[in-house]
Design a protein around this ligand. Structure first.
Ligand code: GDP
Length: 444
């Protein structure tokens, strides 16, 4: 799994903050030290790490206090926002020429996944834009590269222009371009040669192809699994060819995250696509925000933070939290809470957003029927004001009266009250920073 080590270490750094009600400058310093180490170990470029930590630390110490978020959540929010920034913030789409064909030149070292990516991209264009691409086989050095592209072309039903391996690649491209003009292909993907490392002869050849075709896009393919090396390669190619974008491949492998996090900052060029497997459909548009949450491993918590900020009445949330802490949460609060939560979206989604809950097998098939919520409300409405404020006085005779009042079976009333009490206990715990034991709530 990609980023496992990095994710775990960042989570640990933040986890130690989660137990604190208030975060001191020292706490920030300590967790930044851990995040710094985590990033360096993940092979992120040193300069990138340094700037990143500096910015996060400054923002965290001077952070505006948002009442809807705990201090730990605020740090997560800042780290996340800065991760997104490092990776370029916005998705940069593929360039498209005003007149056909749009020329995409694929470059990269041998083995990075260039030929495979050419096939994947051609398929994507075909599927998503109904495009009619032509692929040109100009890698005459790597044994079987031409055959590989031909086979790919057959698999995805995209024509491949090739002249074997004995012709000068620049000439192949020239004739391939003429063919595309003639056939009115809207995209041309040129699979150029790679090497084991950057050398002058290769760069010369690529420069000639660039000169000849004026590509709209020079897409550099780099292997994410090579970490800092991928960043060096990207820098080398960009210095010589001024690439327009990067495809980061093999993100399905055991990568440490260094390449994803450094390339944009080091080269100034956007990652446009990521390869996530060997299948031809395993090419995805790169979204900095999604990648950041993947690296943090807290995607769902981030969504929750966002929702909490959007939908929550801050003052009420603070009051509720105080009550939860003091375990004085009652049925009136419960009704209010239900209303807030219902505003935020389907219950089962919300439950799964709580960190550590998403993969909980007990929650796999949780379905919250909106009618259950209505029934729960009906039970509460049948209580007297005194009962709502003091859930503990609900003895059997009161419960029978409530059951008759709202027309809900006594067993269901009992179950609801039991669950309410479990929830109250759990909320007390969670608001004091303890997430353990939550799964029990849904498991029975
Ligand atoms: P080229 O020399 O740069 O043209 O590299 P190839 O396209 O031949 O790819 C080299 C190897 O990497 C092949 O075995 C591909 O199947 C594999 N590969 C390419 N992209 C990915 C990817 O995103 N994930 C995985 N797991 N393998 C990939």
């Amino acid at each position: 799994m990609a980023f496992e080590g990095l994710t775990e270490r960042i989570q640990n750094a933040i986890h130690s903050l989660q137990r604190k009600g208030k975060i001191t400058e020292n706490d920030v310093k300590e967790s930044m030290r851990e995040i710094r180490l985590a990033l360096l170990e993940a092979d992120v470029n040193y300069g990138v790490v340094k700037d990143f930590i500096k910015t996060v630390r400054e923002r965290a110490v001077g952070a505006e206090v948002l009442e809807s978020l705990t201090p730990a959540q605020q740090i997560v929010k800042i780290v996340n926002e800065e991760l997104v920034k490092v990776m370029g913030e916005k998705t940069v789409p593929l360039n498209k020429s005003a007149k056909i064909p749009t020329v995409i030149m694929m470059v990269g070292l041998q083995g990075a996944g260039k030929t495979t990516t050419a096939g994947k991209l051609a398929l994507k264009l075909k599927n998503e834009q109904k495009a009619r691409p032509l692929m040109i086989a100009a890698d005459v050095y790597r044994p079987a590269a031409v055959d590989q592209l031909k086979i790919l072309g057959e698999q995805i039903d995209v024509p491949v222009f090739e002249m074997g391996t004995d012709v000068d690649p620049v000439e192949i491209v020239r004739q391939g371009m003429a063919k595309a003009q003639e056939q009115k292909n809207d995209y041309v993907l040129i699979d150029t040669a790679g090497r084991l490392q950057i050398d002058e002869k290769l760069m010369d050849e690529l420069a000639q192809i660039k000169e000849l075709t004026h590509p709209d896009e020079i897409l550099l393919t780099v292997d994410a699994m090579t970490g800092q090396n991928a960043v060096e390669v990207a820098k080398g190619f960009n210095d010589q060819l001024d690439v327009t974008g990067v495809v980061l491949t093999k993100l399905d492998g055991d990568t440490r995250g260094g390449a994803a996090l450094s390339i944009r900052a080091v080269t100034g060029k956007p990652i446009k696509f990521i390869g996530q497997g060997e299948k031809l459909t395993d090419l995805d548009v790169f979204y900095p925000d999604r990648m950041a949450s993947r690296i943090l491993g807290m995607g769902d918590m981030l969504t929750l933070i966002e929702k909490a900020q959007q939908d929550y009445d801050e003052q009420k949330a603070v009051e509720l939290q105080e009550k939860m802490k003091a375990n004085s949460f009652d049925f009136n609060d419960f009704l209010e809470q239900l209303a807030q939560v219902q505003k935020m979206g389907p219950m089962e989604d919300l439950i799964k957003m709580i960190p550590g809950m998403a993969n909980n097998p007990a929650l796999k098939n949780v379905q919250v029927d909106p009618r259950d919520i209505e029934r729960t409300k009906a039970i509460v409405y049948s209580m007297t004001p005194e009962e709502r404020e003091n859930p503990d006085i609900l003895n059997p005779s009161r419960r029978r009266r409530i059951s008759a009042g709202c027309g809900v079976k006594i067993q269901d009333v009992n179950r609801m009250i039991k669950q309410f009490k479990q929830m109250r206990d759990m909320m007390g715990k969670v608001s004091n920073g303890d997430f353990s034991g939550m799964e029990g709530l849904f498991g029975n």
